[in-house]
Write a protein that binds this ligand. Structure first.
Ligand SMILES: [Zn+2]
Length: 241
């Protein structure tokens, strides 16, 4: 079939020739797709909004000689308010980079697509702390990708962890460690009792139904956990805490 119609979100763009762009798209049915968007940099181009990072819409793609080209586009949401809030934009860029690194071509990714679409909506339209929304995105992304961290007991000694106890997140292992099972060589980052409780709550209730996050949502520990499992660094997160 030379034509594909799919919803997608733009993860990455690269300028190509004078007026074109190569797009990396995340589609629920097709995973990550690369598509050429011709003429999108010309003023008045009907494809201008198809070629912006974060754009979410329905794409019609023409496939020939192993290459896809955008033939038409209907915008669902540009998440425009993100562009007017630099802090939220930076956190949103981390989400796009995670998906760009992670999503595979030809592999359906409906759950990851929904997670990204919902997380961008939260960052864009809800009065939630952007650091908490992005921390929850990292956690849910890890869980959906088969790296759900163990949170109830120490992954080393098996001891049940009291609900509000300070613990450590073993970023290379599969979850939390108690204080007795961490030394200078363990790749583990400390979590306060409130941070650990918040992470458990997110896994059960999701970020919108969870009580307010601690003032210091555990952005860096969850970023490092996801990076260790993706085996890469997320450059957009540089300088964010
Ligand atoms: Zn232990």
């Amino acid at each position: 079939m030379p034509y594909i119609t799919t919803q997608a979100i733009v993860l990455h763009t690269a300028d190509y020739r004078d007026n074109d762009r190569m797009l990396s798209l995340l589609s629920p049915e097709h995973g990550q797709l690369d598509a050429l968007c011709r003429g999108c940099k010309k003023p008045q181009s009907p494809l201008m909004s198809a070629a912006q990072p974060f754009s979410y819409g329905e794409y019609v793609l023409y496939q020939a000689k192993g290459r896809m080209t955008v033939t038409s586009f209907e915008l669902i949401d540009s998440f425009y308010p993100l562009r007017e809030n630099y802090e939220r934009l930076r956190y949103a860029a981390c989400m796009l980079e995670v998906m760009h690194v992670q999503a595979l071509p030809g592999e359906g990714s409906a759950k990851l697509f929904l997670l990204l679409a919902r997380s961008l909506k939260r960052l864009c339209y809800l009065p939630l702390d952007p650091r908490a929304v992005t921390s929850a995105f990292f956690l849910m992304d890890a869980a959906l990708s088969g790296w759900r961290p163990r949170l109830d007991a120490c992954i080393h000694c098996g001891r049940i962890l009291p609900a509000e106890a300070p613990v450590f997140l073993d970023v290379e292992g599969g979850g939390l460690r108690c204080r007795d099972c961490v030394n200078a060589d363990t790749p583990a980052l400390p979590l306060t009792g409130a941070q650990a409780a918040w992470i458990r709550d997110i896994m059960v209730n999701g970020v919108e139904k969870t009580a307010l996050p601690p003032a210091d949502a555990p952005f860096l520990p969850l970023l490092r956990y996801l990076e260790a499992h993706l085996d890469t660094r997320i450059h957009a997160a540089k300088g964010l805490r």
